[in-house]
Design a binder for this molecule. Structure first.
Ligand code: NAP
Length: 306
């Protein structure tokens, strides 16, 4: 029987582990299929405090994992296939492993950026393809960029990217934006933003790094090439919460609802990081909420046992 099990090993999960381990709760982290989370798919991280010369995403996660391990966290590599949260202790079923039981649970399964699903998009991820302008925009000073999408994220990312890029082409599959009026207006007024309507990215071009995109216009059927140094995919995020459906309260988009810090509607179950945050989505905010979840879990256990 564990005191606390943490599902997910991004900045939220590993920070929760560091804090829980340092209060002698001997946490177990179930790392999931993408150990280290979204940061393992990025290159330089320049906005995480404490690294004046930047740090590579995978390196940062390795350091966090080592720090959690040093204080007594144990790790289990595997994919959680189901959880039973309706009775205590909570039961967590992991593919190919014995089920695990725990007095408390911290959910840090994160969110996944939606991608277009093109083979070259995957190959060039971190080499010009990104889903995070805040993380990677800085690398494209003086270059031309493409943003894909027509929602608030695409408008926000495009505006942000004009701080660095000479031109940002917003490629949208329809002739109307989904974004809110205020975000649309801001983007329309920005002279560095050019809209490419009724168009889809059919392929991403480049050997080692992105050099352009191949576009298809849905009205004319015309195929064209647009040179650019980076492609920012902004077609939405999906919280990784399928496991918890029907057991934990979520909003309409599947993000876990938290209150009073990191508490969910199930006593003893806490959530931190992108799985409960569609707004900030930063490594540092995820780490901060992971710390909160560990403190919340510790206080919950103390109140039950005290
Ligand atoms: P979203 O509103 O779902 O918009 C996704 C956009 O991507 C849509 O324009 C959609 O096209 C397009 N898209 C989806 N799949 C595509 C594909 N396979 N190929 C090409 N285009 C595709 O997602 P979001 O922009 O990430 O926003 C998510 C939520 O966060 C929204 O509620 C939004 O208001 C909120 N948000 C708010 C702010 C803010 O207020 N500052 C900033 C960011 C996000 P269609 O339009 O044709 O469906």
């Amino acid at each position: 029987m564990h005191n606390v099990v943490i599902i997910g090993s991004g900045p939220a999960g590993l920070t929760a582990a560091i804090y829980a381990a340092r209060t002698n709760l001997s946490p177990l982290v179930i790392e999931g299929l993408q150990a280290g989370g979204q940061l393992t798919t990025t290159t330089d991280v320049e906005n995480y405090p404490g690294f004046s010369h930047a740090i590579m995403g995978p390196e940062l996660m390795k350091e966090m994992r080592g720090q959690a391990e040093r204080f007594g966290t144990t790790f289990l590599q595997g994919d959680v296939t189901s959880v039973e949260l309706k009775k205590k202790p909570f039961r967590i079923v992991i593919e190919g492993e014995q089920p695990v039981e725990s007095k408390s649970l911290i959910i840090t399964t994160g969110a996944s950026a939606q991608y277009l699903g093109l083979p070259n998009e995957r190959r060039l991820l971190g080499h010009g393809v990104s889903a995070c302008a805040t993380c990677d925009g800085y690398f494209f000073r003086g270059r031309e960029l493409v943003v894909v999408g027509g929602g608030d994220s695409a408008m926000e990312e495009s505006n942000f990217l004009t701080k660095f890029a000479t031109t940002v082409y917003v490629v949208h599959r329809r002739d109307k934006l989904r974004a809110s009026k205020i975000m649309q207006d801001r983007a329309m007024k920005n002279e560095k933003i050019t809209f490419v309507w009724n168009s889809s990215v059919e392929d991403i071009l480049g050997g080692q790094v992105v050099t352009g995109v191949k576009l298809k216009n849905h009205v004319t059927g015309k195929i064209s090439e647009l040179p650019c140094a980076g492609v920012f995919v902004a077609i939405g995020h999906k919280p990784n919460t399928d496991l918890f459906k029907g057991q934990i309260e979520m909003d309409g988009k599947g993000y876990v609802l938290t209150k009073n810090g990191t508490a969910t509607n199930v006593p003893g179950v806490f959530a931190a990081g992108d799985v409960q945050d569609s707004k900030y989505r930063q490594a540092v905010t995820a780490a901060g909420s992971g710390c909160m979840a560990a403190i919340d879990a510790e206080r919950y256990l103390e109140s039950r046992e005290g």
